[in-house]
Structure formats: structure tokens, C-alpha cells
Design a protein around this ligand. Structure first.
Ligand code: F6P
Length: 326
């Protein structure tokens, strides 16, 4: 696109491992195409505060392997109002910004989409979240690292569970989605996995545990996804303990440990490809979309769809996980 000379980039919402690799890809691809790149600090709130920095090729040296985001991130409430977005657009115009690339999740894409629709600013989204819940891509940047982090932690918990005959309830992140929970359950051989997408029946879970004990299973790992209808891991452990008072239970909440750390090679590769394609989309005059990858092919999905639809878990994997752990 002829009139695009200066691209701005920001990271928004929860950070995810691989965001830095995606920033690097955007900056280097833009510079390769003789475009200027402006880094916006701390997400959308950085636009409102005109917190802009000039990005050079060396600004993104050696960041491909680091977690977090060098541009920092935030969740910005002011951006929810038209007035907030108008101020943001005006600030970008004053600073000569012609287009915006947003690295984040569905909430961030909603804000970006409104900015594009209300003021005609070309915007592109790059899916970065550990939750893997974004419609329009097989995987989001950060998901692979997060599940590997959770798997490492649960393997360690398994050692203690076995040594002391304990029943562990391990809560993993995902907000309203069970992707992290389901993958970690399969990868760790967890005895059961409780997800927001499927009904949870505490009685059934207890019967299943009792059957396992009859077969000499003296310990167990139950993975609980955030957002389960029966409550969080503490609450579910309490409900099980009431029914099975002889069981020694423990609860571990993995929490933000899942959001940090050096990205896996899968996340670095995905981030590099999607960051590169985000700039190329703008150059081809394609905007108002998110760059995703489905079956190894680049797919552009309207931003509107990324927050009105949701990536779905493969429910048959729950059954596979259960069969394999009996
Ligand atoms: O969206 C990423 C995520 O880590 C979710 O899995 C989790 O529910 C949420 O963010 C936690 O947000 P915060 O860091 O604001 O507590």
C-alpha cells in the first residue's frame, strides 16, 4: 500500500511467550520493506499517553528467545469508549502513524477492530495468548510454551503424589477455555480433566477415583481448567474431600508461571511467520484482519470474527485422555 510509510506495533492483554519473537518479525520485515516502525509502550494506554519509541533493527536484537514483551502490555479501560479511541486515533495521526499491528487476544482485537472501523485506520491482529482460544488459527503464539511449562510442573507434582499417595488438584490457566487443561492432561497422563466446555459431575469423578483405588491406584492428578462450572481447584477439592474423606488431597494453582519463560521453537517459528505476514498483509492492502495459520497455510480472518467466535476444543480428546489413564 503506497500511503503506508510508518507502522506502529503494540502488545496488549496478558503477555505470552513468543510476543517478542513476533515484535522482532514485524520490525525486521517492515524495515526490509523500507517502512518506519513505531513501538507503542504498554498497549493501548501507550497510544493515549503518546508513549512511542522508534524501533530500529537493533532494537529487537536477541529478543527472540525471551518471554514477556519488550513493549510491555496492559489492559486499557479508556479504550472501551468512543472518546478514548478518538483520542488514540488523533495521537497516532499527530505522530504520523499510518497503520497499527496489535499483538494480543480477542479483547485486544475488539478494540483494534473498532479503531479501524470508526476512523479508517488499517489494523492487523497477530494472535498472542497462552489460552489458544482465538478463532482463525490452529494455534496462538504462547500456547505451546505454556503447555510445556505446565507439563514440566505436573510431572514434578506426580513424583510427590506417588511418593505420598496424594490426590492432587492442579489448576491451569485458560480463562474460559480448556485447551491448556486438555493438552496437559493428555501429556501427563492425568487421571481426570475438568473443563469449562464439558459438564462436570463430582459424583462421577468420585466413583471413578474409587474404582481406580480398587485397582491399586494410590495417587492421582486431576487437572482443573479455570472457569469450570463446579468452581476452582480449591472448591472442587473440597467437594471431593466431603465425599471421600479418606483421601489425602492437595491443591496446586500453577498461575502465572504458565505465562512466562523462553518460548519453545514452535512458538518462535509461529511468531516469526505471523509477524512477517502481518506486515505483508498491510503492504498488499489487506487489513481489518488477523493473520493466522491453519493446516500450515496463512489465513486472514476478519477481526470481528476473532472475538465473536471461539476456537473449540476437540471434545473426543477428553475420552482419549480418560481411557489412557485407566
Ligand atoms: O488470557 C491469558 C490469561 O493468563 C488467562 O489464562 C487468565 O485467566 C488471565 O489471563 C489472567 O489474567 P491476569 O494476569 O490479569 O490475572
Amino acid at each position: 500500500m503506497e500511503h503506508i510509510k510508518n507502522i506502529a506495533i503494540l502488545t496488549s492483554g496478558g503477555d505470552s511467550p513468543g510476543m517478542n519473537a513476533a515484535i522482532r518479525a514485524v520490525v525486521r520485515t517492515a524495515i526490509y520493506n523500507n517502512l518506519k516502525v513505531t513501538g507503542i509502550m504498554s498497549g493501548f494506554s501507550g497510544i493515549l499517553k503518546s508513549n512511542f519509541i522508534k524501533m530500529e533493527s537493533h532494537s529487537v536484537s536477541k529478543i527472540i528467545s525471551s518471554g514477556g514483551t519488550i513493549l510491555k502490555s496492559s489492559r486499557c479501560h479508556e479504550f472501551l469508549s468512543y472518546e478514548g479511541r478518538k483520542k488514540a486515533y488523533d495521537n497516532m495521526k499527530i505522530h504520523g502513524i499510518d497503520a497499527l499491528i496489535v499483538l494480543g487476544g480477542d479483547g485486544s482485537f475488539h478494540g483494534a477492530d473498532l479503531l479501524g472501523k470508526e476512523f479508517g485506520l488499517p489494523v492487523i491482529g497477530v494472535p498472542c495468548t497462552i489460552d489458544n482460544d482465538i478463532y482463525g488459527t490452529d494455534f496462538t503464539i504462547g500456547y505451546d510454551t505454556a503447555i510445556n511449562t505446565a507439563v514440566r510442573a505436573i510431572d514434578q507434582i506426580r513424583d510427590t503424589a506417588d511418593s505420598h499417595n496424594l490426590l492432587f488438584f492442579v489448576e491451569v490457566m485458560g480463562r474460559h477455555s480448556g485447551f491448556i487443561a486438555l493438552s496437559t492432561a493428555l501429556a501427563t497422563g492425568a487421571e481426570s480433566v475438568l473443563l469449562p466446555e464439558t459438564p462436570t459431575n463430582i459424583e462421577q469423578l468420585c466413583n471413578y477415583l474409587v474404582t481406580g483405588r480398587r485397582k491399586n491406584k494410590t495417587s492421582g492428578i486431576i487437572i482443573v481448567a479455570e472457569g469450570d462450572e463446579e468452581g476452582d481447584a480449591q472448591e472442587i477439592a473440597r467437594k471431593v474431600k466431603v465425599r471421600l474423606p479418606d483421601y489425602e488431597t492437595r491443591v496446586t494453582i500453577l498461575g502465572h508461571v504458565q505465562r512466562g519463560g523462553s518460548p519453545t521453537s514452535n512458538d518462535r517459528v509461529l511468531a516469526s511467520i505471523l509477524g512477517y505476514e502481518a506486515v505483508n498483509a498491510l503492504l498488499k492492502g489487506i487489513y481489518g484482519v488477523m493473520t493466522g495459520r491453519i493446516n500450515s497455510k496463512i489465513v486472514y480472518t476478519k477481526l470481528e470474527e476473532t472475538y465473536s467466535k471461539r476456537n473449540k476444543i476437540e471434545e473426543n480428546l477428553v475420552e482419549i485422555s480418560t481411557i489412557l489413564s485407566t
